[in-house]
Every structure is written in structure tokens, then in C-alpha cells.
Design a binder for this molecule. Structure first.
Ligand code: SF4
Length: 268
């Protein structure tokens, strides 16, 4: 197997027909380290704003993420727990707003999530080590170590973390039960543990999937729709589809002046 090609094919979604053995091989390299000749991996994500907007009102990636990760749906909107969601353009990119911008443009929904920042302030304030930056760049979260102090929420300038105010439903499969057909296979594959009240939640870049050589669920869901507005890949790999996009497209990042170096990029 051509190691470089198979890795990129998998990440670009053209490797969907690879067999389990090949997946395991790729997974091994992804989980255990970089392929030969490459010293690091740095995961990143690009959101193509136009492609995403082409399916007006689409929330499939949000539904998939929140269902499979058992993100609790709480009745009180003030207690909403969010891993992936949308916000108006003007709030996501305040530096890009000018007085002559059309209101529709200002209010256009933009997909947001944890930016898996290179200089993640949230990880520096956690007193228990419940959140940390992995060597591949994913900012991980261990809810078992979280004491609910919410320092990380205060430190995140993007509002990417939510506090879990209530215990989730007692049935582990509550969220997946009754899921639509398109979500069933992801539900069947998942075994994401539910969290209790009093912990902080956020997008984990689907580390449980990327360690198996799979792309994050939001990315896969968007691909399955044929939209492919989300591109996941290795920022350290100059040949990766992600790097190709970042090299050739105009790109926005959220609040770059803060120096957090987000690893989520928005293609204009
Ligand atoms: Fe931390 Fe917020 Fe950056 Fe995510 S977006 S890594 S929660 S500072």
C-alpha cells in the first residue's frame, strides 16, 4: 500500500471502500505516530462557507455530532450544551464587519466549534489536567477529571465550551434511539460515554474516531450528503487536501489578533 496516498485518500473520503484490515493499518499509524519521514501530525479543519450555505438550514452535522456524542438536550435554553452549532457571521468574525455590509450577510449562519487552538488558553487554566492539547493538536477533554470550576470556559474567547447543568437521560442509548436511518450506522459504531451534571463539555475533534483512522463525524456526515463543506486533514502534510485548500483559497480564522492560532479555518 502506498502509505502517503492511502492516508490522504482516507482523509479525503475516497478511501471509504478500504477494508477493515487496511483501516486498522492506517489507524495504527495515526494513533501511534506519524508515517515514516514525517515527524509530526497537526490536525486541522476547513469550513467552506459557500458550500455550507448551499444547504440552507442544514443541521445534519450538528445532529450527528450531538446524537452520537450524547450531548444532552436540555429544556432551558440558557443551559444549552453545544459541541457544534451556528452563529451569525457578524458574531463569528467581528473584524470582518463594516457599515455597508448587507444584513443578510451579517446574519448568515456560520458553523462553529472548538478551534483546537495551537495556543489554547483553556488548557493553561485547568487545575486538574482535565483538558489538554494532544501531540496531534486536538484539544481533548476528560470529563472524569473535570471538577466543574469553569476556568476553561472563562479562558476560551470563542464560547466553545458549555457547562453541563443536568444529568443526561438514564438510558445510554436515549439519543440514538429513534435516530433517522442516515445516522444509524454512526450510532451503532459509537460508544461515547454519557456525562453527568457539573462538567464542562466541548467538541473533541472526534479523537475517538481519528485514533481509528476515521475523519470526525461532522466531516463524514457532510460528505455523505455530497456537500463536502468540511475538509479535515494534517496541517503538517503539504500535500494534504486541507493544505491545498489553505494554500489556494482566501481564509478567515476567528479573532486572529488574540494569538490563539485556531486550527479551524474558514474558506471564503
Ligand atoms: Fe480552548 Fe476555546 Fe481554543 Fe477550543 S476554541 S482550544 S476551548 S480556547
Amino acid at each position: 500500500m502506498n502509505k502517503g496516498l492511502s492516508r490522504r485518500d482516507l482523509l479525503a473520503g475516497t478511501g471509504a471502500t478500504l477494508g477493515a484490515a487496511m483501516l486498522a493499518g492506517v489507524a495504527g499509524r495515526t494513533a501511534l505516530g506519524a508515517p515514516p519521514g514525517k515527524s509530526t501530525t497537526r490536525w486541522g479543519l476547513a469550513v467552506d462557507l459557500a458550500r455550507c450555505a448551499s444547504r440552507d438550514g442544514c443541521r445534519r452535522c450538528v445532529e450527528a455530532c450531538h446524537t452520537v456524542h450524547r450531548v444532552p438536550k436540555l429544556a432551558d435554553p440558557r443551559h444549552e450544551v453545544k459541541w457544534v452549532w451556528t452563529e451569525p457571521f457578524a458574531r463569528v468574525f467581528p473584524e470582518q464587519v463594516h457599515p455597508y455590509q448587507a444584513d443578510a450577510r451579517m446574519q448568515a449562519p456560520v458553523l462553529v466549534l472548538c478551534n483546537h487552538c495551537e495556543n489554547a488558553p483553556c488548557t493553561k487554566v485547568c487545575p486538574t489536567g482535565a483538558t489538554w492539547r494532544r501531540s496531534d493538536g486536538a484539544v481533548a477533554m476528560d470529563e472524569h477529571r473535570c471538577i466543574g470550576c469553569r476556568y476553561c470556559m472563562a479562558a476560551c474567547p470563542y464560547g466553545s465550551r458549555s457547562f453541563n447543568w443536568e444529568d443526561p437521560p438514564t438510558n445510554l442509548n436515549d439519543n440514538c434511539e429513534g435516530s433517522p436511518e442516515w445516522l444509524r450506522s454512526a450510532c451503532a459504531q459509537a460508544s461515547y460515554p454519557r456525562r453527568s451534571a457539573g462538567v464542562v463539555e466541548k467538541c473533541t475533534l472526534c479523537v475517538e474516531r481519528i485514533d481509528l483512522g476515521q475523519v470526525p463525524l461532522c466531516v463524514q456526515t457532510c460528505r455523505n450528503l455530497g456537500v463536502a463543506a468540511l475538509t479535515f486533514g494534517d496541517l503538517e502534510d503539504a500535500e494534504s487536501p486541507l493544505r491545498q485548500l489553505l494554500a489556494t483559497r482566501q481564509v478567515l480564522r476567528r479573532r486572529p489578533s488574540l494569538g490563539t492560532e485556531p486550527h479551524v479555518f474558514y474558506l471564503v
